[in-house]
Each structure stands twice: as structure tokens, then as C-alpha cells.
Ligand binder design. Structure first.
Ligand code: PGA
Length: 670
């Protein structure tokens, strides 16, 4: 999918004028002529090539996954029915999806789009499984670079000539040879249909079965092409003398000398910005005995106007407009032929200055054929795209991802390692501290953390009563949260505090589903589901607790219990909403008992939680979800616990009530 879009965007950027001609063809076919001005078509062509290139590059790098996969799906959903229409009704000869680089018939395009539509649907559905090669914080830079690259390419090819010439008139082509049909080449096969009529009814017969009796009358016969024969690359090159109407094609193609052709498909809109260069080239040709013609499709009136406007003295030849647009993507553009071979081509702005030139063409570099090395050009294009990209990629690996790797000392593939989840130490004050004591604790915390640079996010969750007093005085480094919120939005629920009220104090977090609330206040998964939704709707980050009781642990049912707590309350959330949660695993038997789970016991359940999330929401969401451990976590055991790959911090009860202890746990990340 990525390669198709990159290729499609690239070949369109290489030939923006070709794209614009195709778009004009579409606008005309669909009677939208008011849109088909040259400049709007050019703008449209460049925008389309940039969009396709950006989508391809984003898919390749796994960045901006939601936008790029949605755009891919939208484009394919729109293009597939359109191409079916093209295949059935043939309003344009070929769809132009890959410019002139790869010309497909309308039916081939339709089947190609069916395959791409299936791919687009699966890419869209699996968008969160696409591995991002770039950290979130640097994705904008890569995005911008791919847009910049494709725009610069398109503008360069617009103001010069396409850097890769996919048309049959590229440098080095001998037009005579390209027009000839080799001996023994495949001939086209026709079938003759004979139409007869009897009693007013027409019927079609073939040469083998037509009726011989007189009751049938012959109406018509038709030759139907059933198998195409060999088609030479050039089959419509034909030049006529403007004054005599004589065919000059052969004479010109067999001219042994150099011939200059100033190709101007339409003189009424041709650029006259570089007249001096054109007239100097004509004077040079005349002085050296080289024929010089202007070839156009414009009628006499415009030829006369051009002569008046530019002082042109050269003779004119007439040719088909499409052929001229195919020969050179510049109006006017200069083509140098020698013995029927294309030696050189120039956009009008790049015509060589021949005003002072004394040497004949065979002694000048411009008169010697330098056939374009297309492989080299393609290699340069690939280089210009990938070398800066690789440099940025290394920057990402060395600077951004390294920061995250340092926090976790385990081995990960740096190329695809994209752990953006946060380490968090959150305090849970439970039903402790009066308002004054709470304020004092916050002041103590501010003081002990004043010079600290915590290597994790720090949060304190306090009783409701403290929130409004704590949020204005707490240090910026510390987030504030509640320990609960109501499962109702508002109204007559005496004694309850809503998520909106919590948010109105400036708090940003809320603990939900703590085992003490499940056990003593009979909170069910059904209620918690509503609480989580209300918290998210009010912009709060839920810290959602799960954990098994002692008898469940002893029966080895911890995974089962934790798994259903997650599923029942959370797994109806959308990916976006789920990605906002923090999970806390708190084995009930370890809470407030002084009995900590060992690092291994905790890690086992954390890894299980992450896998359960991955199965539901994909690996990336799982990798980005912070999972905290809670239950008798203290400065002395925090380091061991936090070193486990799936433990991303702690939810701390008792040890959060003393500033020094809490800081000791935070320091476990340093
Ligand atoms: P504890 O409590 O650290 O006192 O065991 C943790 C919790 O219940 O959140």
C-alpha cells in the first residue's frame, strides 16, 4: 500500500503538467469545464501528487496512522466506483493513475483498485498494529519532510522538464524507428459482422453463418477489432507545412543535419518570457545552416499574432496538439533533432544562450547526445528522500528513544522501540489527614521535591475535601487527583461528588475501582464502567485499579480475576479512550498489610495485563499504557519492583503520607 502510494505520488510529481492535462481531460469528460483552467489543473495535480506521496511515506514509516489510513480508505472508497464507471463508459482513454510511467487500461485500473480497496480496509482496521518507526514527538518533522520533498520535486519538474521522461520522445529516441512496425510483428485481428433484417428484426451474423435465402435483407457490415496488433511507440507524429499544407514529416525526419523544433502546442497561451533566447537560437541556426521550425496546433490567426508579438521570422509547421504536448512539457519548448533522433530538449526558460556562439553544433556539448541515465536519476531521487530520513531516524534513535531506553534497562530493538508510556508514582492518601494536615503535607512535598528532577510523573490523590485547597499551592511537578467520583452526572445524590466537580477544582486524575471501594461500598464493574466514562468525559485521567483477594491468589486465579475486572469495566471503551487510562494492579492481600508481592509475582500479572490489553486494543496501545503496582510499596522495595519491564511505577498508600518516604519511592526511578 505504502509503495503503491509513494510510486503514484512520485510519478505524478515528476510530470505535473502531464497530470494537469489528464485532469483537464477528466473535467471535460464530466462536463466540469468551469474547473478546467490550466492553472487550477496544475494546482490540483501538484496537490494530488503531494497527498499521495505523503500518505505513502506515512504508511511506510507508521506515522500519523489514523489520518493516513482514513485518507487511504476515503480515496479508495471514492476511486473504486469512479474507475468502474470509467471502465464501463470509457469517458477517458486511460485513468492516468501512474502518469505515463505505467499506463493501465480502464478495466486493469478497476481490478487494481479492488485489490487496493481490500488493502485499504485492512490497513484502516489494523491501523493501531502498524509499527511506528518514529517517536511521536518527531513525527511532525518526518511528515513535513515528505511534503516538502514531493512539493519541491513537483515545482522543479514544472519549471524545468520532467526529470524522468516517460514519454516516447525522450532523449536518444529515433523517431523514424519508433514509428516503424518491425517485420513479422503481430497484426491486428478483425472479425466481420454482417447485419441482416427479416420482418423488421435485425440480426448479426458472421461470415460463416450468414443467411443465404432471400427472406433476409442485408443491412450493414462492421469490422470489429478482436485482438490488437503491434502498436509502435509513436504512431501519430505528422507535420504539415503551414502555408502549403504539404506533409513535411519524412523530409524533416530524414534531414541529415541538425534541426531545431520550437514546439508550442498553443501559441495563444505560450510564454513569451524568453523570446531573446529563442530568437538568438534561431539566428544561430540560420547562420550555421540548420533548419529551424516552430511547430504548433494553433490556427493562422494565432500564428500571425505570435509573429507580430515576437518578431518571429522562422517558418511554421502544424501538428496535433496532444502530440506536441507529448513531445515536450513546455509551451514553448525547444527540441534538437539530428537525423530523426532527439538529441536535446529544453524548457523555454533553460534554452542555451547561443547569441555569441561561433562553433557549429557538432563541436558543442549541446549537440552531442547525452542520453539521460534514468537509473542514476532514480538513485538520486531515492537518495534525496532516504538520506535525510535516515539522518532523522538516527537522531530519533540516539536522542529521543535513548531517553526512554535509559529508564528501562532491558534490551529492545532501537529501530522499532517506541515506548512512550510514562513512569508514574501516585500517592493515595485514603481517609487520612485533616485539611490543615493535608496542606502541611503538600508543603513538605513541595519542599523535598524543590530541587529534584523526578524521572517519572508524580501524582497525589487526596480526599475530596482537600482538592480545591491543594491544587493552587502544589508544585507544578505534581499532579492532583481524587480517590473516587460518583457514577451519576449530577442531581439529587446526597453526599456524592461528581467527576465534573472534581475537574472543577483543577484536579486531573481520579482513582477508580480501588479494592477498598469494591469491598466496602459494593462498587460493581457496571458502576465502574459509568464512572470511567464520566471521568473521561470531564477530562480526568482514571487510575483504574484491579487485583485479586488472598483466597483467589491461593487458588491461582489471579489472572482470571484481573482479566475479567479489566474486560467488564473497560473493554467497551474506544481505542482513543482506553489509551487515556492508567492501570494499577493492587493485589488485595498486599494492601496495607506490609506483605508486598515479590517482583516476579507482580511482573507476571503486569505482563498478563499488558497482553490482555494487546489482544483487545493492539500491541501499541498495550505498550503505551502505564501499569502501576500498588500494595505495601515503600522506598526499600520500590527499586526492585520498578526495574521489572512491565511495571511502570506505583500507587502508594501508607508511604505517601510522609513526604520523605514518598520521595524515596520517586527516587527509585533515578
Ligand atoms: P498501601 O496502599 O501502599 O498502603 O499498601 C496502596 C493502595 O491501596 O493504593
Amino acid at each position: 500500500m505504502a509503495a503503491t502510494f509513494i510510486f503514484s505520488g512520485f510519478v505524478k510529481a515528476v510530470d505535473p503538467k502531464g497530470g494537469a492535462y489528464k485532469i483537464q481531460e477528466y473535467f471535460t469528460a464530466f462536463h466540469l469545464t468551469f474547473l478546467s483552467s490550466y492553472y487550477s489543473s496544475i494546482a490540483f495535480a501538484i496537490a494530488l501528487s503531494t497527498l499521495e506521496f505523503w500518505i505513502g511515506a506515512s504508511l511506510l514509516l507508521g506515522i500519523r496512522r489514523r489520518t493516513s489510513t482514513t485518507l487511504v480508505l476515503l480515496m479508495m472508497a471514492l476511486l473504486t466506483p469512479l474507475t468502474l464507471f470509467l471502465a464501463v463508459f470509457n469517458p477517458v482513454s486511460d485513468c492516468g493513475c501512474f502518469g505515463d510511467a505505467l499506463v493501465l487500461t480502464n478495466w486493469q485500473t478497476f481490478w487494481k483498485n479492488i485489490v487496493l480497496l481490500i488493502a485499504a480496509i485492512s490497513v484502516f482496521l489494523g491501523r493501531y498494529l502498524i509499527v511506528p518507526f518514529i517517536s511521536n514527538s518527531l513525527q511532525w518533522l518526518f511528515s513535513l519532510y515528505s511534503i516538502f520533498y514531493s512539493l519541491v520535486l513537483a515545482v522543479y519538474c514544472y519549471t524545468n522538464l520532467p526529470i524522468i521522461d516517460f514519454r516516447p520522445y525522450h532523449k536518444g529516441v529515433n523517431i523514424v524507428q519508433a514509428m516503424s512496425i518491425p517485420k513479422g510483428a503481430k497484426q491486428p485481428v478483425y472479425r466481420t459482422d454482417l447485419i441482416y433484417k427479416k420482418n423488421g428484426v435485425k440480426k448479426t451474423f458472421t461470415i460463416d453463418n450468414y443467411p443465404k435465402d432471400d427472406s433476409w435483407t442485408f443491412v450493414d457490415s462492421k469490422n470489429v477489432l478482436i485482438e490488437k496488433g503491434y502498436e509502435p511507440p509513436i504512431n501519430d507524429f505528422s507535420l504539415q507545412d503551414e502555408t502549403t499544407g504539404a506533409d513535411s514529416t519524412q523530409q524533416l525526419l530524414h534531414e541529415r543535419n541538425y534541426v531545431f523544433l520550437l514546439i508550442a502546442n498553443r501559441l495563444d497561451v505560450a510564454s513569451d518570457e524568453d523570446l531573446d533566447l529563442i530568437n538568438d537560437a534561431y539566428d544561430y541556426a540560420k547562420a550555421n545552416g540548420y533548419p529551424f521550425f516552430c511547430v504548433t496546433s494553433s490556427p493562422e490567426k494565432y500564428i500571425a499574432q505570435w509573429r507580430d508579438r515576437t518578431g518571429a521570422e522562422y517558418p511554421f509547421l502544424l501538428a496535433d496538439e496532444v502530440v506536441l504536448k507529448t513531445i515536450i512539457r513546455s509551451n514553448p519548448g525547444l527540441v534538437l533533432l539530428h537525423n530523426g533522433t532527439v538529441i536535446n530538449k529544453w524548457n523555454h526558460a533553460n534554452i542555451p544562450d547561443l547569441s555569441e556562439q561561433k562553433k557549429s553544433l557538432d563541436k558543442l556539448p549541446i549537440g552531442v547526445m547525452h542520453e539521460d541515465n534514468q537509473l542514476k536519476t532514480i538513485a538520486q531521487c531515492v537518495g534525496w528522500f532516504f538520506i535525510p530520513l535516515i539522518v532523522l531516524l538516527w537522531l530519533d534513535i540516539l536522542v529521543v528513544k535513548r531517553k526512554f531506553r535509559k529508564r528501562k534497562k532491558f534490551n529492545i530493538n532501537p529501530l522499532i522501540y517506541n515506548k512512550m508510556r510514562k513512569n508514574i508514582v501516585a500517592g493515595n492518601w485514603k481517609m487520612n489527614k485533616t485539611l490543615q494536615e493535608g496542606i502541611d503535607l503538600v508543603k513538605d512535598l513541595n519542599a523535598v521535591l524543590a530541587d529534584a528532577k523526578p524521572n517519572c510523573d508524580v501524582v497525589i490523590c487526596t480526599p475530596f475535601i482537600h482538592l480545591a485547597s491543594v491544587t493552587p499551592i502544589v508544585d507544578k511537578k505534581i499532579g492532583v487527583g481524587a480517590e473516587n467520583c460518583a457514577d451519576k452526572e449530577k442531581g439529587a445524590f446526597t453526599g456524592e461528588v461528581s467527576a465534573a466537580m472534581v475537574a472543577s477544582t483543577g484536579a486531573k486524575y481520579v482513582i477508580l475501582g480501588h479494592s477498598e471501594r469494591r469491598a466496602y461500598y459494593h462498587e460493581t464493574s457496571e458502576m465502574l464502567k459509568t464512572k470511567v466514562e464520566l471521568a473521561l468525559a470531564n477530562g480526568l485521567t482514571p487510575i483504574f485499579c484491579v487485583g485479586e483477594k488472598l483466597d483467589e491468589r491461593e487458588a491461582g486465579k489471579q489472572d482470571e480475576v484481573v482479566g475479567s475486572q479489566l474486560k467488564d469495566a473497560l473493554f467497551d471503551l474506544s481505542v482513543e479512550d482506553f489509551s487515556k487510562l492508567i492501570i494499577a494492579y493492587e493485589p488485595v492481600w498486599a494492601i496495607g498489610t506490609g506483605k508486598t508481592a515479590t517482583g516476579e509475582q507482580a511482573e507476571d500479572v503486569h505482563a498478563f495485563i499488558r497482553k490482555t490489553i494487546a489482544d483487545k486494543y493492539g500491541k501499541e496501545v498495550a505498550n503505551n499504557t502505564s501499569i502501576l503496582y500498588g500494595g505495601s510499596c515503600k522506598p526499600s522495595n520500590a527499586k526492585e519492583l520498578f526495574a521489572k519491564p512491565d511495571i511502570d511505577g506505583g500507587l502508594i498508600g501508607g508511604a505517601a503520607l510522609k513526604a520523605e518516604d514518598f520521595k524515596g519511592i520517586i527516587d527509585a526511578f533515578n
